[in-house]
Design a binder for this molecule. Structure first.
Ligand code: IPE
Ligand code: IPE
Ligand code: MG
Length: 259
């Protein structure tokens, strides 16, 4: 077991919840049935994240590209989001969970937007798990909009990494430590491109409706044993530390080489 500073532990997990459609089609049902079954898994995973005292759980529920799907499928996904929010409101508040939706929700029905806004407001001061739903989310749009926010307020000034991070949709979300994708495909599909720079990746064949808190726990335990080095040769370090050491070394080595 590797000893790890707090900064290199698995604290923020992001999940691409994929495979609903194929799960249903394999059982001779419509894709929509897969979404209905898939939506029932979410609360178990949130509970497991809470039990494990993870700091953040970010779930990819609907991408900007998913707007290209058939009207009925999109409609059902919106309805399932609304149902989930109404069902989980009490456990979010009672569980000290800070809930947010990241993405462009402007085009969602007004009633759903109100439920989202109310829950975000009522859970804003929670100090426990940061639960974020990526809905109508695309990472490229998020990054471009962060840069545009900067340009508007600081014309002609170069942007730094911190300036950009501070202008993301949920600025205090932090880097992702572990990205899990269910469903068997090994791709990122425009999810958290900035935040996963150094995250561990885990791809499981399990389709989302079959994903369980047990498998989630097994993956977190397994990945926690991986050696994270963030570019250095020592384990148990953090990205913040290696970035600082790298900068110091770079200056020292440049001066030495010049002389
Ligand atoms: C993930 O399952 C849910 C969303 C993208 C909304 P899919 O609907 O993509 O299921 P597959 O990948 O086609 O099986
Ligand atoms: C990614 O899954 C988006 C979500 C899970 C919400 P997709 O099924 O949309 O991604 P691709 O099409 O396989 O890249
Ligand atoms: Mg898919």
């Amino acid at each position: 077991m590797i000893t790890c500073t707090e900064d290199c532990e698995i604290q923020h997990v992001a999940i691409i919840m994929d495979g609903n459609g194929r799960w249903a089609q394999k059982r001779s049902h419509s894709r929509v049935w897969g979404h209905i079954r898939g939506s029932k898994v979410v609360s178990d995973i949130v509970q497991e994240a809470k039990d494990r005292k993870l700091k953040a759980l970010t779930l990819y529920a609907f991408s900007t590209e998913n707007w290209s799907r058939p009207y009925l499928e999109v409609k059902i996904l919106f309805a399932l989001l609304k149902k989930f929010l109404l069902q989980e409101r009490k456990s979010v508040i009672d569980g000290n969970i800070r809930f947010k939706v990241m993405g462009n929700i402007a085009d969602l029905p007004d009633s759903t937007k109100k439920i989202i806004n109310d829950l975000e407001k009522d859970s804003a001061d929670a100090t426990g798990l940061k639960l974020t739903f990526a809905f109508s989310y695309g990472s490229r749009t998020e990054i471009v909009s962060a840069i545009n926010k900067w340009i508007t307020t600081h014309p002609g000034v170069e942007i730094t990494q911190k300036d950009l991070t501070d202008r993301l949709l949920v600025p205090d979300l932090g880097d992702v430590d572990l990205l899990i994708r269910t469903g068997g495909d090994q791709r990122i599909s425009n999810f958290l491109l900035w935040q996963i720079a150094y995250s561990e990746l885990f791809f499981t064949q399990t389709k989302w409706p079959d994903f369980s808190s047990e498998e989630f726990g097994r993956i977190v335990d397994y990945v926690s044993k991986r050696e994270r080095r963030f570019g250095s040769t020592i384990s148990g370090t953090s990205l913040k530390d290696t970035t600082q050491i790298a900068e110091k070394n770079r200056k020292f080595i440049q001066t030495t080489l010049r002389s």
